[in-house]
Design a protein around this ligand. Sequence first.
Ligand SMILES: [Zn+2]
Ligand SMILES: [Zn+2]
Length: 562
Amino acid sequence: MSDAYTLLRGGRVCDPTGIADGGGLRDLYLKDGRIASPPPADARIGEVIELEGRIVMAGAIDIHSHIGGGKVNLARLLLPEEHREHASGPDELRRSGSGLFTPSSFVTGYRYAEMGYTAAFEPAMLPSNARHTHLELADIPIIDKGCYAVLGNDDFLLERLAAGATQSEVNDYVAWILHATQAVGVKVVNPGGISAFKFNQRRLELDEAHPHYGITPRRILTTLATALSDLGVPHPLHVHCNNLGIPGNEAVTRDTIAALDGLPAHLTHLQFHSYGTEGDRRFSSAAAEIAEAVNRSPNISVDVGQIIFGQTITASADIMSQFRNSGLASPRKWVCTDIECDGGCGLVPFRYRDKAFVNALQWAIGLELFLLIEDPWRVYLTTDHPNGGPFTSYPHLIRLLMDRSFRNEQLARINPDVAAHSRLGSIEREYTLDEIAIMTRAGPARVLGLRDRGHLHPGAVADVVVYDDLPDREAMFAAPAWVFKNGRPVARNGRLTATGWGDTIVVRPDFDPAIERRLKPWFEDHQTVRLGNFRIADGEILDHGRGGLSIVPTLTASDPCF
Ligand SMILES: [Zn+2]
Ligand SMILES: [Zn+2]
């Protein structure tokens, strides 16, 4: 703590939350890790940094990126060659690290910070893997992080639903899991499908009864979405729809939006769920239909899961789809595992090829979704790292969205049938800087309930990024002139200059602890740990001295949801 202000003078502040849209010149004062109101004339100004008209945004937030936990570690083990190929040399600031699409924990923090990202959210934390996930996130420097607990294929919930559990019992269970696993949201992955796979089923439709429990994905989906809404958890249910990657899955995606019937929900990696069956190859883009359904549904936000050409690895709790894709593994090795009574985990290495029709069309479908969904507050930039490609490709992706001629040049290079089967070439929209600031900062902050992040109002966490206004937006977003985390400079011209530790962001809705009377015998009969050992104490996150806990306030009836 110091009593002096840091002054960022003369930047063009791009913050569409109302403080300075349109990029007007504005001075920013930082103090004690927060954005400060302009101080009185006699205040002590410590450092003054002249921004000379450069563009200033809040730190960027990645709402969905697989950065820690069991599957990330298995992915690293599966591909040791990727760590030889993408080694980063140690220097005096860094612990060494390596990897591109399965980066080490250190490299994850460094690369995000160098690009101006100051928070990232691990979307697929199995509750039984929560302790491992937090230990790994504790090893990611600089950025803030949080996790979504995966529910909806856990035997406790399925068994209780089959036995006729009330909504309020489910609410208590969901809240208990959020507390016990130190999560900030809940993700449902292929509702019921992962469990059905364990009963030898290969596909599960929205209204198809689970082979053992007899309940439908629709019931699981709406019960969980209702629970989060009832509990006032700001981030609504994070939904990975059924039938990921299957041609024709656009129908279940649209049915899922309809089933939610106005309940808030976030549909993740939407690109993998927007496929039709038209044409000779029975694989087509349904991006226009899906975008239209999203445009009509103000309760729905999405992230895209854009694919990027090249080698990566797909990592998912959706073992039903990962087992189906295992024949496509490149290189030819893969992992599928069952995890306790929680769900599963599948790793399939994959190379997206720009000359392959299916991959090239997937690329176009992702871009169509970005460009056809009208409201940038409800569509966020992701590659579903590493599933569609590494998060380090975000600057390239931003250029594709902001620069139509660049986009069309890239379209002309890929499998030529795609231009004929996609409307991408005819879409004129180019994202503005304000829209990029919304989709990478203000939008994700709002949908996660992060009231003091994603904007630059006084009181916000001083996560600030300064860019040179370069016509090549890829170069601009790859190497910001300055990145400040909690008011401290951490990167300059795309190179790390300092390191440190961010916060773990959690949510803690109220609930009736009587739910433990049901959970305790369940743990004793079915799980490898007892209930008391399963719960992660605050001290386990705080004791290592690597950043604090930040608790997102729950919503009350008077709060504006979105
Ligand atoms: Zn997913
Ligand atoms: Zn994902």
